[in-house]
Design a protein around this ligand. Structure first.
Ligand code: HEM
Length: 393
């Protein structure tokens, strides 16, 4: 039965979930969602506390009695203290990049794809830009050959469907269906170990350790998907936000680029939520939580909490401080945050050199909740359509 208050995949929630989050935050900040069998948390402080308190709240479902097959155990699913050396190794691999080189590569890729689009009366930002840019940048970062045929996209979409299986149980095998395709790419990455790529850096970090190759493979499966899917999502939602707020583009410049990128991350929350399970009885506000209960920390709602952000629904490219939760918080906070910020900055830096972007048709969202994914975004850099010189005469 669909929840009477919050249906994340209703047309209204897909288009604009923020009014519902605001209602929940004010009226039911700790809300039992029967369909998802989870507590939905919409207050900033509750989300942050749950993500920080590793003792009470588990990411690793084995701590609450769930049988997780070995092939699904990854660096992302293991909690401290066992995760600490593993996380340190991946962190070090991700920090071994030459930031200038990657920054230049990201900039060139975005520039090369974006500039010709200015000539077109109309194009789909997702298909004609986001998909290709995310694939090219992901392959460069990880050290992979481009798989082609939208392979990353189809794989990430399958995983996104499975992430929503609490809402739609019939989707629970979608991620498993695409798992062999993802593993083929990961195995190629380990075989190639391209210089400057993440696979080579990970092998260097872990070669004389006891961590199994299986765990490395599963962790890289998860990391590859984490990188591609959030990049695709953020390119789309950043572009839509720019088109919806034409006054903002002239406010962004090289001095406030970092603040602006951070604000776009807060405002759009590319990853909308994550979840944890209670290891013991606890309380959130005045609500009693039973052991094994699940809680969904709704980043997108926390990022608009007026207790923390002044005028939270306003896009303020000079906002500071801006302690958003778009990269999570605590022991599982995003390891790719530095890279994601770099890419977000390069994207905005390119957009300020382009004409204003105009929406030319209805943006369409995939029916996914954990990631707010645009499927299509018809836009143009020209408005009204350019009149050809012959017609003008
Ligand atoms: C805009 C882009 C991105 C956003 C919004 C984002 C968001 C997040 C969030 C919210 C989490 C925490 C999940 C949780 O606590 O359950 C996370 C974890 C993670 N992300 Fe990202 N991410 C982005 C880009 C990336 C990139 C580019 C990479 C890698 C190249 C990456 C790698 C990871 C990894 C490895 C974790 C797991 C960390 C752990 O469990 O210890 N992310 N990300």
């Amino acid at each position: 039965m669909t929840d009477p208050i919050y249906n994340p995949i209703s047309n209204e929630a897909l288009k604009d979930p923020y009014p519902i989050f605001s209602y929940l935050r004010q009226n039911h900040p700790v809300y039992w969602h029967e369909q998802m069998k989870s507590w939905i948390l919409t207050r900033y402080v509750d989300c942050r506390d749950v993500l920080t308190d590793n003792d009470t709240w588990a990411r690793d479902m084995r701590r609450v009695g769930v049988d997780v097959p070995e092939e699904y155990v990854t660096m992302q699913s293991i909690d401290p203290p066992s995760s600490l050396p593993l996380r340190a190794g991946f962190n070090s691999a991700l920090h071994s990049f030459d930031t200038n080189r990657i920054s230049e590569f990201v900039n060139d890729t975005i520039h090369t794809l974006l500039v010709p689009l200015a000539e077109r009366d109309q194009f789909c930002f997702m298909h004609d830009f986001a998909l290709t840019a995310s694939e090219i940048i992901t392959c460069e970062v990880f050290g992979l050959e481009r798989p082609g045929n939208n392979e990353f996209h189809e794989i990430s979409y399958g995983i996104a469907l499975q992430m929503d299986s609490g809402l739609m149980p019939e989707q629970r095998w979608e991620g498993r269906k695409v798992a062999p395709r993802l593993r083929a790419i990961v195995d190629q990455g380990f075989a190639l170990r391209k210089e400057n790529g993440l696979f080579a850096a990970v092998v260097r970090e872990f070669e004389n350790t006891d961590w199994s190759h299986k765990l490395m493979q599963a962790s890289m499966d998860a990391m590859l998907n984490a990188a591609y899917s959030t990049m695709y999502t953020s390119f789309g939602s950043f572009a839509l936000t720019l088109a919806q707020h034409p006054q903002v583009l002239p406010q962004i410049n090289s001095d406030n680029l970092s603040l602006a990128a951070n604000e776009f991350l807060r405002y759009t929350s590319p990853a909308q939520a994550t979840s944890r399970a209670a290891t013991k009885e606890t309380r959130i506000g005045n609500v009693q939580i039973k052991p094994f209960d699940r809680a969904i920390t709704m980043f997108a709602a926390a990022n608009r909490d007026p207790e923390v952000f002044v005028n939270p629904d306003e896009l303020n490219v000079n906002r500071a401080p801006n302690p958003h939760l778009s990269f999570g918080f605590g022991p599982h906070m995003c390891l790719g945050a530095r890279l994601a910020r770099l890419i977000s900055k390069q994207f905005l830096a390119n957009m300020i050199n382009m004409p204003q972007l105009y929406i030319k048709g209805k943006p369409k969202y995939f029916r996914t909740a954990t990631l707010r994914w645009l499927e299509s975004l018809p836009v143009s850099f020209q408005n009204p359509p350019a009149i050809s010189p012959t017609k003008e005469k």
